[in-house]
Every structure is written in C-alpha cells, then in structure tokens.
Design a protein around this ligand. Structure first.
Ligand SMILES: Cc1cc2nc3c(=O)[nH]c(=O)nc-3n(C[C@H](O)[C@H](O)[C@H](O)COP(=O)(O)O)c2cc1C
Length: 198
C-alpha cells in the first residue's frame, strides 16, 4: 500500500490544507498499517513551470526528442511514475485566487500525458490512470456552492482527474476560513470529523 502525500500551500504553519492532509494520512495509516508514505511538498519545493524542453520531453514520442528533451525526460517521467506507483494520493489543495496554487498545476501538467494517462478515440477521451484513490484536502476563505462560476479549484481537480480516469475524488473541505477565528476552528473541526469517515 503506497500513499503519496502532497502539499501545495505556501502558508506555512498556518496552513489549513497542510493540517488536514496530515490528518488524512494519519487516519489512513491507522487503517493500512503497512502503508508506505512518500511526501511531495510542492509548496516549498515547486516543480518548474513547463517550458518547451519539459513539454517536449513529456508529450513528444522519444524519437522526436531533442538532446535537451532526452536529458530532461527521466526527471519529468519520474514525477508521473511516482503518481502511477501510488495506491492512494492525498492532496492538500487550497484555493488561491479562485483556483489551485500554480505549484499544484505544474504537478498536474506532468500527469496529463497522451498515451499514458489518457487517449482519444472516435468515442471520445479515455482515462487510463484509474484504480487509485485521490483524496483532496480543500480549503478556501469564502464559501462556494456547487456551480459557482468563480470556483476553479475543486472543479478543476474533478475535471482533470476525471479526464485521466479517476472520476470519484473524495473531498475533505474546510471553507469560510476567512470569516473569523470561530468559523475557521469550526470548519477545521468539521473537516476532521469527516476524515474519520474516510
Ligand atoms: C494567495 C492566496 C489567495 C487566496 N485566494 C482566495 C480566493 O480566491 N478565494 C477564497 O475564498 N479564498 C482565498 N484565499 C484564502 C484561502 O483559500 C484560505 O485561507 C485557505 O485556508 C488556504 O489554504 P491554506 O491555509 O492551506 O493555505 C487565498 C489565500 C491566499 C494565501
């Protein structure tokens, strides 16, 4: 049983998603005592944004790689392989400016690989990365009802993981974090209750 524990918040010790993702992993370890946990901290060690070399290394067939792409390929592919080797992926995903942190987006950019995690046919796109749980620790300052057009955080993650074959994301959510200390404590306490049901 392999758990990949990812954080992307840049709010350090005050981070709600870091607190929740750690609580999720701790809970999972009580259920899977053999769990091997790998930590990927994108908030403090972000992957670079894609550039022409990394994009080519990730998405072009090997016989079209330039020398730069050949050199970049192993490290780029290692990010994808780490995800594909995981049985459960726990992701701390705060809302920053209506979407996910750019460091988390840079990680997603390494996972959407034609022929590996998805493919197209006449019937439409098919995702190939199913068979693993993805649990999201979500937090936001405001409150966003389903369908709110400003909400590009959980909705982006749902679309992305659905596209690569993981349609049933599990969300642990703490929102109204910006409504004051009491609202914040209540949201975190409610989220921790929900974690016990995972
Ligand atoms: C850079 C930044 C941008 C933010 N943008 C939004 C936003 O667009 N909407 C919102 O509801 N809250 C926003 N917030 C509040 C966070 O979503 C909220 O504090 C949440 O708890 C962040 O998770 P974290 O504590 O793990 O960093 C923002 C916070 C930061 C630091």
């Amino acid at each position: 049983m392999k758990i990949l524990h990812i954080d992307s918040a840049t709010t350090g010790a005050h981070s709600v998603t870091r607190e929740l993702s750690a609580a999720i992993v701790a809970h999972l370890k009580t259920k899977h005592e053999d769990a091997e946990v790998t930590v990927l901290d994108l908030g403090t060690m972000p992957l670079p944004h894609l550039d022409p070399v990394s994009t080519g290394a990730i998405r072009l067939p090997a016989d079209q790689h330039t020398d730069d792409m050949k050199a970049a390929f192993p490290a780029e592919r290692a990010v994808l392989d780490q995800f594909l080797a995981s049985d459960i992926v726990v992701i701390g995903a705060p809302m920053y400016n209506f979407t996910i942190p750019s460091a988390l987006k840079s990680w997603l950019d390494r996972l959407g690989v034609p022929g590996v995690t998805f493919g197209y046919s006449e019937a439409g796109p098919t995702g190939f990365a199913g068979g693993r749980r993805v649990i999201i620790a979500s937090s936001r300052g405001g409150a966003y009802e389903e369908g709110n057009p400003a909400e590009h955080q959980e909705s982006l993650l749902k679309v992305f993981f659905g596209f690569i074959g993981i349609p049933d994301l599990e969300f642990i959510r703490a929102e109204k974090i910006g409504f004051g200390p009491e609202a914040r404590e209540q949201a975190i306490a409610d989220a921790k209750e929900a974690i016990l049901k995972l």
